[in-house]
Design a protein around this ligand. Sequence first.
Ligand code: DA2
Length: 264
Amino acid sequence: MPVEEFVAGWISGALGLVLGHPFDTVKLLGFFKGMSFPIASIAVVNSILFGVYSNTLLALTATSHQERRAQPPSYRHVFIAGCTGGFVQVYCLAPFDLIKVRLQNQTESRARPGSPPPRYRGPVHCAASICQEEGPRGLFRGAWALTLRDTPTLGIYFVTYEWLCRQSAPDGQNPSSATVLVAGGFAGITSWAVATPLDVIKSRMQMAGPKHRVYRGVLDCMARSARQEGLGVFFRGLTINSARAFPVNAVTFLSYEHLLRWWG
Ligand SMILES: CN(C)C(=N)NCCC[C@H](N)C(=O)O
């Protein structure tokens, strides 16, 4: 199994993350004070995503990354490989994402006057507390909603990227850096726009603990959120998600493509 896609995915994920840092800091009210937690988590998740995507395409089409411009895979194969990458990365992403959401929420409520002292002292303390109170399975709370969010949206992510690259690069030629930046940026925006409704539901399910089991499942959470807050609830965070998605994913794809060409 070729591993360079995993390494390129890790490095490009880390670079994208550096760019997304100011957005995450605004979004999370200062939660990401340092870079070590996001680099150790999101960059590894990106490595799994790109590595599984590329190796699934190799299994489906028998073409390596270097051969794919001359023999482009069908969009169906790109979609299946993207969904597979999305599905597999969820099992690494779920605990990190849960910790992020729990810390984010505590930072947001701390901004309110008279709020109680913080429950978690940082990412490691948060993980340890969840394990202690809910058992290791507690770290996977909301993983099902995350799977529903990421499996189809990552298929859409790679199809959008491929489609945009093929529109401007002649057959068999590598797309220019400008094309890769634009295609990567729009792939990020499109996938996050589609992912936002389930992102809202996923975060609500992650906040529910074993003691106050607020929702009976994903559908119950959707129905109750829509009933209580209207359909607009599904688009909460859409603007900041999209504004962050363009630069992060433009840089992620640009560095991923260049690293593979350089090693190729
Ligand atoms: C819609 N979703 C979940 C995605 N497109 N995920 C892949 C992009 C990952 C990138 N690090 C980011 O955070 O945008």
